[in-house]
Design a protein. Structure first.
Lengths: 480, 163
């Protein structure tokens, strides 16, 4: 498995499809102008197809890869040659994708991520390779591990002696999708819209023909809006369902495998020692239902979703009931010794500090009241939301030093309770802050800096006692 | 209780560099302001709200620059660092105070920088990068900077941990 090879020939079709997709705008333009069936249209279309085909073939023939026992090497380019070397121990995560129509061919897409690089693209992207390639990579990557691992590295790699599993059922995925706050927001928007406008309209109805017709038209457009909103909701529900269909987590030796997807099956392998941290997140709706989500923090690039550029969260447990949570986590990650953290709350009785700047909304609202009554009301509403959020923060902020090298920090992020678990050696730096006026009162803030994706993640505690600052600092600097 | 100060301070010559770069920054902002004013005047719209906004712009630039100048002694006093075999610490700020600790074995690479003002004073800026963040020591003697860089590299060699 150490000779230089091209990708699977199916890669040509993938490149071709991607090329055509980037031209789809021009094709649509042709269709809309009604020029598709004219001579010009046909010439343009065949030129686009030919161009994309040449590009695809060029890409296919100019890229090769090589899997050796120490590293993966990718070669690119004809004139300006590029070579990417990735040693196995530097791999942060390996992602495997397979659309259902590639299954009969045994062909997969492989994305290999390291901690380096600034782009949101994978360091090594193999659009189409035989599934064996992946098995070889896994075998070499785990090469320094016991015989049993290598022995079964053939077809069934997942099922092994020291393994733990967690599967999400279909109804759980539906619950996960339903409790997604973005769906909630749409739902609330729909309800507000209806309750705001319809009754008011009914009260002021007159029996005049013209007006009732007008109202009918209005109601019709309103119901179209309502139906389309419900449609959007159903669509996003369906999307979540397709994305997380048959979600499975599996732990085998030193590797976590996360698997999901209906049409495109996604399998991601994560070496356990590369996990930067873990976040248990619980937003209000899910808190009521007693369910949480758990995210993994990885240093290797998580890809951005679509054009929005929002980095997708990597869930290890997208939905789990609270009483199973810690048990399941400690099965999957026994070395983390998960137990329910006993958080020490650090900022209670300091509400004033959390509120003082937000109270500036009062004079602003008073000023606005002279201009526009509704603007002032909006300012007051925003203030109340901010005050409520920071009150929750004041009540729930806290930490627990769980072992000599692990810490759990609890925060409130927009009404969601977030517990971040992180190993000391994965914290890149620690900062303590205070101000000229807070210091005499022995109050300060702390921040932990962690590498996640391509950016840094800052986890902080605000307005905590100097004693706690010192405790956390001693923990980090290992001076206890 | 006094606010704890880290032991090491930069050479006092850094104050001169700060003053100069302050003046240059103010100068650039003033030139931009003058340019915009001239442009507005050329467009014949320099009246009413534009006069006000340009006035506010110049006032803010000047006040900002004066405050920055006045704060230089404090900035110097509180801009400190410490190097121990296990970690580096950086201290910054008089009103808003920050101390950052970076363990040696989290350091990924070190950069040195030298602008014209720093070069004139024979000083060098050191930037220390971890996998997630970067930290500056804004002026050290060139020999001291090179030596510090070497020292950090030696320490990094000994303590090896991966991301």
């Amino acid at each position: 498995m150490s000779e230089r090879k091209r990708f699977h020939p199916l890669a040509v079709f993938i490149y071709l499809f991607k090329g055509l997709k980037s031209w789809s705008f021009a094709v649509l333009l042709l269709v809309f102008n009604g020029e598709l069936m004219t001579l010009f249209g046909l010439i343009a279309l065949s030129a686009i197809v030919l161009l994309s085909l040449i590009q695809a073939l060029w890409k296919y023939f100019s890229q090769t890869y090589q899997i050796s026992s120490e590293k993966i090497i990718l070669y690119r380019g004809v004139f300006r040659k590029r070579e990417t070397d990735i040693p196995y121990e530097r791999i942060q995560t390996i992602k495997q994708r397979q659309w259902f129509f590639f299954k009969p061919f045994g062909v997969i897409q492989l994305l290999i991520e390291t901690a380096g690089g600034e782009s949101t693209q994978a360091e090594a992207s193999m659009p189409a390779v035989n599934i064996e390639v992946w098995e070889w990579i896994e075998k070499y990557r785990q090469g320094d591990q016991p015989e049993s691992e290598i022995h079964s590295a053939g077809l069934e790699m997942q099922k092994e002696s020291s393994s733990a599993d967690y599967t999400v059922t279909n109804s759980q995925i539906v619950l996960f999708a339903l409790t997604d706050l973005s769906i909630m927001a749409t739902l609330i928007a729909v309800i507000i819209f209806i309750s705001e406008f319809i009754p008011e309209n009914w009260i002021t109805t007159t029996t005049s023909m013209a007006e009732s017709l007008l109202r009918a038209g209005w109601l019709a457009s309103l119901s179209i809006l309502f139906v389309s909103l419900v449609f959007v909701m159903l669509l996003s529900l369906l999307r979540t369902f397709i994305q997380y269909y048959n979600f499975q987590v599996n732990r085998t030796n030193q590797t976590l495998t996360i698997e999901s997807g209906l049409f495109e099956r996604k399998i991601q392998k994560i070496p356990v020692e590369k996990i930067q941290g873990l976040k248990i997140r619980q937003q209000p709706v899910r808190k009521l239902l007693g369910i949480s989500t758990v995210e993994l923090l990885l240093a290797g690039g998580q890809e951005a979703e679509g054009e929005s550029g929002i980095v997708k969260k990597l869930y290890i447990l997208p939905i789990i009931s609270d009483h199973q949570l810690y048990e399941t986590l400690s099965e999957l990650l026994p070395e983390w010794n998960f137990t329910r953290p006993e958080i020490k709350f650090v900022s209670r009785k300091k509400l004033w500090y959390f509120w003082k700047w937000k109270l500036l909304f009062i004079p602003i609202a008073a000023g606005l009241a002279f201009l526009n009554y509704w603007l002032a009301l909006a300012a007051v509403a925003v203030m109340f939301i901010l005050l409520l959020n920071s009150w929750l923060e004041e009540q729930h902020q806290g930490y627990q030093i769980q072992t000599a090298h692990r810490i759990c920090i609890q925060n409130i992020e927009w009404f969601s309770k977030v517990q971040t678990f992180v190993e000391r050696q994965k914290v890149q730096s620690f900062s303590e802050q205070t101000t000229r006026w807070l210091f005499p009162k022995q109050i300060g803030h702390i921040n932990l800096f962690i590498k996640t994706g391509d950016a840094l993640e800052v986890i902080g505690l605000n307005f905590i006692d100097e004693i706690d600052v010192q405790k956390l600092k001693r923990f980090y600097r290992n001076k206890d | 209780m006094d606010y704890p100060l880290l032991p090491k301070q930069m050479p006092e010559r850094i104050k001169k560099v700060w003053k100069k770069s302050n003046l240059v920054t103010t100068g650039i902002f003033l030139i931009i302001g003058i340019g915009v004013t001239a442009f507005l005047n050329w467009l014949d719209v320099l009246e009413g709200v534009w006069v006000w906004s340009m006035g506010i712009y110049f006032a803010v630039v000047l006040i900002w620059s004066i405050i920055a100048m006045l704060l230089i002694p404090y900035r110097y006093q509180f801009h400190r660092y410490e190097i121990t075999p296990e970690d580096l610490s950086f201290q910054d700020g008089y009103i808003f105070r920050t101390i950052t600790h970076v363990p040696i074995n989290r350091i990924q690479h070190i950069e040195t920088e030298q602008g014209p003002f720093l070069r004139k004073e024979k000083l060098m800026e050191i930037v220390i990068h971890t996998a997630a963040s970067s930290h500056h020591i804004s002026g050290l003697d060139v020999e001291e900077a090179v030596q510090l860089r070497q020292q950090i590299i030696e320490l990094v060699k000994v303590a090896k941990e991966d991301v």
